[in-house]
Design a protein around this ligand. Structure first.
Ligand SMILES: [Fe+2]
Length: 441
């Protein structure tokens, strides 16, 4: 008999400190992302796909006010008149620049005031009882929300024209070990999702058993070098590799390479956070849509992994039969395990992070690039929307594909083996890559 799920019992004081650290870490990053450019840059819309940075900033504070000050703390509303301006469902991104947004200084003052009151509540509140406060859930949810907007803001920085505003050291090099191209994941049941992780979001719940037949999975994400071979072999000009929708989309938009790539002097260049550089062949490819990932896999004689295949490769420990939090075990990620948290502004070369490998030797499942899977975003059996339908439930269905594993732009608080991201198959401004799979028989 195997244990059903990770066993996580954390004492309330440790949870309080964890919540405080998660909130502070998120705020430090928000500060970096919103102080490295000037005011006109903060209020400009750099792409119709994105909000002005100053919208994200005040939206972060407004969500924190609504959930932690009002819902959890029972305090009176601080700025109820701005709720509608910062309601993501009421205003699509393209129309946000026309709203009467708080100016940068006012937005900074607002998020600072909310945070001061929230830390006061966190010191006093008992982190048990109602589902919203139990194990500090709402604090974890809001820290994750801020980090997710920090990732969104990093995408805005990538889309922004002009000189570089952000810098970071390069990620560690690959360890040079000879890796097999793929890893066999034996067939059998495993536990998918979680009922134990205290800050897991509704769509990751509950833990349940899934039978996954044996399959082979790429040891690392697909690299730029491999992707260049797909392009050179007519990948974008041969209809047979593409789904009907994908082919129509690349024809309509004239796509011939990943976003931010351009061909010059016989080589591929890319623009990355304001710097133009040759595309490094050893790095995982990033900024590809689901359509492109799917076409590449077909060209390679393979397919994208399903979401359950990905999670089994990332969490199942063949020795104990248990599903763990991460490929390397249950301990939180460190800089030696994975490329997370905007510590570096690029994915690490394929074959990096040996300490982050799974028991069977699959590498870089966590961090580096989000990985497209073949799966639609659907609820698990027994799913219950919490704390609001708009978190996940309204996105379930065939229009969104699941991405797994997080990217270099994701903080560890919003990244675990069970974490599910979803997006439209056309999206490629996100930090998305993929790896491929094939049936074992
Ligand atoms: Fe949001």
């Amino acid at each position: 008999m195997t244990a059903p799920d990770s066993d996580l019992t954390i004492d309330p004081e440790a949870l309080r400190r964890r919540a405080e650290t998660a909130l502070r870490t998120a705020r430090d990053r928000t500060h970096t992302l919103t102080t490295c450019v000037d005011e006109p840059d903060l209020t400009a819309q750099h792409s119709p796909l994105m909000s002005p940075l100053v919208w994200d900033l005040a939206h972060i504070g407004n969500q924190e006010e609504q959930w932690l000050l009002r819902a959890v703390g029972g305090r009176d509303a601080l700025r109820p008149e701005i709720d509608s301006i910062y309601d993501a469902f009421e205003h699509p991104r393209a129309e946000r620049p026309a709203l009467p947004l708080l100016a940068p200084a006012e937005a900074r003052g607002y998020v600072h005031e909310v945070r001061g009151r929230v830390l006061d509540i966190l010191e006093r509140i008992e982190l048990r009882g109602a589902p919203l406060v139990d194990a500090g859930f709402a604090f974890g949810m809001i820290a994750q929300h801020e980090q997710q907007h920090d990732e969104t803001m990093l995408i805005t920085h990538q889309l922004r024209r002009g000189p570089a505003a952000l810098t970071a050291p390069p990620p560690p090099a690959a360890d040079g070990a000879a890796l097999s191209e793929e890893v066999l994941i034996p067939g059998g049941p495993f536990t998918m999702g979680t009922s134990a992780e205290p800050w897991a979001l509704d769509n990751e719940r509950p833990a349940h058993r899934r039978l996954v037949p044996a399959f082979h999975l790429d040891t690392t994400p697909v690299t730029n070098g491999a992707y260049e071979r797909f392009i050179a072999d007519g990948g974008y000009t041969e209809r047979r590799w593409w789904t009907a929708d994908g082919w129509a989309y690349i024809q309509e938009h004239g796509l011939t390479a990943p976003l931010f790539w351009r061909r010059e002097g016989g080589q591929w260049l890319r623009r990355r956070f304001g710097v133009t550089e040759p595309v490094p062949p050893e790095e995982p490819v990033v900024h590809v849509s689901w359509y492109e990932a799917d076409a590449y896999a077909r060209w390679a004689g393979r397919r994208l992994p399903t979401e359950e295949e990905w999670e089994k490769a990332a969490r199942h420990d063949p020795e104990s039969g248990r599903s763990r939090r991460y490929p390397w075990g249950d301990e939180d990620p460190t800089p030696a395990h994975a490329n997370l948290g905007q510590r570096h502004l690029r994915p690490a070369a394929a074959g990096s992070y040996p300490r982050g490998a799974s028991p069977l030797g699959v590498r870089q499942l966590i961090g580096d690039v989000w990985e497209w899977t073949s799966s639609d975003f659907l609820p698990y059996p027994g799913f219950r929307a919490f704390p609001y339908r708009e978190y996940s439930e309204v996105f379930f269905g065939p229009s969104h594909k699941v991405l797994r594993g997080g990217s270099f732009a994701v903080d560890e608080v919003a990244c675990r083996g069970t974490f599910r991201n979803w997006d439209l198959p056309v999206r490629r401004q996100i930090f998305s890559g993929f790896r491929t799979a094939r049936d074992a028989s």
